[in-house]
Design a protein around this ligand. Structure first.
Ligand code: RB5
Length: 310
């Protein structure tokens, strides 16, 4: 299920309107079953928890047959952002603020206008501007969301397979070939090289795979002789959590506890069959959040702290 989060300032008008309209439009534009594939939430960057929507927002939404009177505002918290697959803001300033605060989610945060294919623009905040401003806001959100949903449905149809990036240096070249065969059964594989057994420097490959992982929000696999070099190099990049795994247990825990987004293995350390099992375990395991979320956030805090010093 794809989790979509609409964000505005106070979560009392634009984002709850977008949240309500999204599901309604989804059922109109889609085949009627799409709503099961999306979970939609909204929150405000500077919201107070528990406030009702503004009366004008309720009124204009009722004219669309959507009742948002029971909505209560929610302050944007880290966990909702981390869980979301797509974060949709009403303005570029909100988008930039979120990208700055959550660099690891950079590629999931967009304005509603850019998702609708517009190069700029934003949804004007109608708060305090009277009924007409709310009506204008509603029309704008409805129009933009129509295009956003068309795009999302199109992407979902096209996708089917999950993308995964893989790369190795010369020492990992043959194991990479084997792992690609396994991956191709259920994934679209992005092969970042190296493409032969000529000597290749593992930091170059680590950077390529890490780039794909961050840009596309997907998992990656890195291989070198020991797995150590690629792990060290990849982990220099903020947002990357590369885990060097040597058995099923470490592969599972790397995802469940550490939310690792890159699996690293050593081709001179483990055999092909074990590497395949490790890979399958890594892909099928999911992050358990809970107490582990706090620790991931501390890692991100360390990244922020030291980036500022550079
Ligand atoms: C290459 O010989 C080797 O140093 C490399 O594959 C890797 O093991 C580095 O950590």
């Amino acid at each position: 299920m794809k989790k979509i989060l609409f964000v505005c300032t106070g979560n009392t008008c634009r984002s709850p309107m977008a949240q309500g309209l999204f599901l309604k439009l989804l059922n109109t534009i889609g085949r009627g079953t799409e709503s099961e594939r999306f979970k939609v939430q909204s929150a405000g960057l500077f919201a107070t928890d528990g406030m009702p929507p503004s009366p004008d927002a309720v009124e204009v939404m009722l004219s669309e047959g959507i009742d948002i009177a029971d909505h209560r505002s929610k302050q944007l918290r880290d966990n909702i952002v981390h869980e979301a697959d797509l974060i949709v803001t009403m303005s570029a300033a909100q988008r930039d603020y979120l990208r700055d605060r959550f660099p690891e989610k950079m590629n999931c945060i967009f304005t509603i206008n850019e998702l609708a294919g517009e190069s700029s623009g934003e949804v004007i905040d109608p708060y305090g501007l009277g009924r007409e401003a709310y009506e204008a806001s509603l029309r704008q959100i409805k129009d933009l969301l129509g295009r956003v949903i068309e795009g999302l449905l199109h992407m979902e149809e096209k996708k089917g397979k999950t993308e995964i990036a893989i790369g190795s240096d010369h020492a990992g070249f043959y194991l990479k070939k084997e792992l690609i065969k396994t991956l191709e059964e259920e994934n679209d594989v992005i092969d970042c090289g190296t493409y032969d057994i000529e000597s290749a420097d593992y930091p170059d490959i680590a950077e390529k795979v890490a780039g794909e992982v961050l840009n596309r929000g997907i998992l990656g696999v890195l291989i070198c002789g020991t797995g150590i070099g690629v792990t060290i190099a990849a982990n220099k990049i903020p947002g990357i959590r590369a885990a060097l795994c040597w058995d099923i247990f470490t592969a599972r825990l790397a995802r469940e506890h550490n939310n690792a987004n890159i699996l690293a293995v050593g081709s001179r350390v483990i055999g092909t069959d074990l590497a395949k099992e490790i890979l399958n375990t890594f892909i099928k395991s999911t992050f358990q959040a809970g107490r582990h979320q706090r620790r991931i956030e501390k890692i991100e805090e360390i990244e922020r702290k030291y980036r500022e010093r550079c």
